[in-house]
Design a protein around this ligand. Structure first.
Ligand SMILES: [Zn+2]
Length: 303
């Protein structure tokens, strides 16, 4: 009994993710009702408005995750939408400001009615977690896969879900300044890392993680797909990573961080030039520095 209590305490952490709290996961969702548009989406009374949007979005969201992560969901998908953010916190055990979580079931917060533009991104983000978790199992998902990879993949697949408040430029500048994730090569079931582990706000942690995973994918998409397949097959993260990227997590991060610094320096120089009246109209002034997408090769070759 004592061991169970300790487990419940240790897995209670801030942010989104899998099994943040054991106690909340025991709360029944029997009163949630399926939505007409997609009966895989269930609404708590009072959460039907957000659930209706999620139900419209779910088929495309599922297809996006299956395409990006390379395989169909191995088990049925269900989405539970709570009445409001207080109810979300009660069902998940995470802070009421969080908008989505996978706590054995996938929950979306009724608080998303304040931020309807985020519903699709948060839905896809959580589906990314659920997809990989369904393949590898709950314990290995957390014990084997480092938090930065779980979140970075979810941010990448969802087009920025969970990282909306920090731009890629701001994240690159922070990395260049040493305010960054220190990525591990393994996960932890009991001591899961979050942004706070590195002194970072959640959206900064998610953005940096997403950029790093995006960078890894950009190196070789086929190798990245093989890496994902290895993980889904139960291989250790460290072995699969070293084979796929021909280096350790720390080594690849150093290369990535150096590119962030190059880009941040270049952006800083161009900003200074464009602020100077006599330089402002110079035909030599590059203009494609702000990144809509994370294309580091373009930065470097343009330089
Ligand atoms: Zn997440």
């Amino acid at each position: 009994m004592k061991a169970i209590s300790v487990l419940f305490l240790l897995v209670t952490l801030p942010g989104c993710g899998v099994l943040r709290t054991g106690a909340a996961s025991l709360k029944s969702t029997a009163d949630f009702m399926p939505m007409e548009a997609d009966r895989r989406v269930f609404a708590e009374a009072g959460g039907e408005d957000v659930a209706a949007v999620a139900a419209q979005l779910l088929p495309e969201a599922v297809a996006t995750v299956e395409k990006q992560q390379g395989r169909p969901f191995p088990k049925p998908v269900e989405v539970y939408v709570t009445r409001d953010e207080e109810s979300f916190a009660a069902f998940t055990g995470v802070a009421k400001q969080v908008r989505g979580a996978v706590i054995l079931k996938l929950f979306l917060s009724g608080g998303l009615r304040k931020e309807p533009e985020r519903i699709r991104r948060i839905l896809v983000h959580e589906l990314s977690h659920m997809h990989l978790w369904q393949y590898v199992g709950l314990y290995p998902y957390n014990a084997n896969l480092p938090s930065w990879f779980q979140e970075g993949l979810a941010v990448l697949v969802s087009g920025g879900g969970g990282a909306e408040r920090v731009s890629e430029d701001a994240a690159a500048a922070a990395i260049a300044a040493g305010k960054a994730v220190t990525p591990e090569s393994t996960g932890s079931f009991f001591f899961k890392k979050s942004g706070a582990s590195y002194g970072l706000e959640p959206h900064m942690f998610y953005r940096q993680s997403g950029m790093f995973v995006s960078y890894l994918k950009s190196l070789d998409e086929e190798r990245f797909a093989a890496f994902m397949s290895d993980l889904e097959g139960g291989r250790t993260f460290e072995d699969a990573f070293n084979d796929a990227f021909r280096g350790s997590v720390g080594e690849l991060w150093q290369v990535f961080a150096a590119r962030c610094k190059t880009a941040a320096d270049l952006r800083h120089r161009i900003f200074r030039r464009t602020q100077s009246p006599q330089k402002a109209s110079s035909p030599e002034t590059p203009v494609r520095v702000t990144s809509a997408a994370f294309k580091w090769e373009r930065y470097v070759t343009a330089k």
